[in-house]
Design a binder for this molecule. Structure first.
Ligand SMILES: Nc1ncnc2c1ncn2[C@@H]1O[C@H](COP(=O)(O)OP(=O)(O)OP(=O)(O)O)[C@@H](O)[C@H]1O
Length: 239
């Protein structure tokens, strides 16, 4: 079976500068893969290649076994992408945002369906009819995830999903991500949070200045050891 996400020796240049250098990895169905790296390591750029917003200068990017370059629409239809700052509208309520963005994606959902998605992400009932400008970052994040759920895409790409969230919101978010993966969704998240990556991911890849320099897997139902990854991360950053 094809992996939902795969890069094969992916190289990328942005404005003439090498950003990714022969990066190869796969993410299996139902797996949570966290790409960990410091500022400018190339994490966000990697996500953008899966969406066809950036074109490789070498190698290949595949979604469900198909090259993104050959069918960018198929790739985008298979993926829900949460950028670091959610692109929802502050002057609209959560209901209105979801109606609007689902419509753009060629979908629609009745109020019961919207409420079921909000229930899953635990967005408080009283908040749903409020404009997002009054929301905390965590509530915005929940609204964005509810939208991703309603799009029913098999793949979720998350860019720094927990930055700016408080510890309780981070735990809730990690539980939600794990539940989605258990339901079969394939999840690629990028982060510089070593602890968060080890908490939630089945596998962690270390990206340093555009190169994949390490990989860690959860074994025997245990979580990935934070200290081991932290040591490797610190060592690589210092190198
Ligand atoms: N719009 C852009 N145009 C040109 N170069 C860019 C652009 N955005 C990022 N870059 C460069 O690409 C490289 C990788 O950036 P990227 O945003 O992918 O890293 P990152 O690992 O996500 O970093 P961060 O943790 O800071 O978000 C950096 O050297 C950066 O300067």
């Amino acid at each position: 079976m094809n992996s939902p996400l795969e890069t094969r020796s992916l190289s990328l240049k942005r404005e003439g500068n090498a950003v990714l250098d022969k990066v190869s990895f796969t993410v299996a169905q139902g797996e949570i893969f966290a790409l960990l790296g410091g500022n400018g390591a190339g994490k966000s750029s990697t996500l953008l290649t899966f969406l066809g917003f950036l074109e490789p200068s070498g190698g290949e990017v595949l979604v469900n076994g198909q090259s993104v370059a050959s069918d960018v629409t198929a790739a985008r239809n298979a993926i829900a992408y949460l950028p670091e700052a959610t692109s929802l509208y502050g002057h609209m309520t959560a209901y209105e945002n979801l109606d609007y963005f689902l419509d753009l994606a060629g979908r629609s959902a009745g109020v019961d369906e919207l409420n079921a998605a909000f229930d899953r992400v635990a967005l408080p009932i009283e908040a749903r009819s409020r404009r997002l400008q009054s929301y905390s970052k965590g509530m915005r994040q929940k609204t964005a995830i509810a939208l991703a759920l309603l799009r029913e895409t098999p793949i979720l790409l998350l860019d720094e999903p927990t930055s700016g969230l408080d510890p309780v919101a981070i735990d809730e978010f990690h539980d939600l991500v794990k539940a989605l993966a258990q339901g079969g969704q394939t999840i690629l998240m990028v982060t510089h949070d070593v602890y968060g990556a080890c908490q939630v991911a089945d596998r962690v890849g270390l990206l340093r200045r555009g190169k994949l320099v390490g990989s860690f897997s959860a074994e025997n139902g245990q979580r990935i050891d934070t200290e081991t990854v932290h040591a490797a991360f610190a060592e690589r950053e210092a190198a």
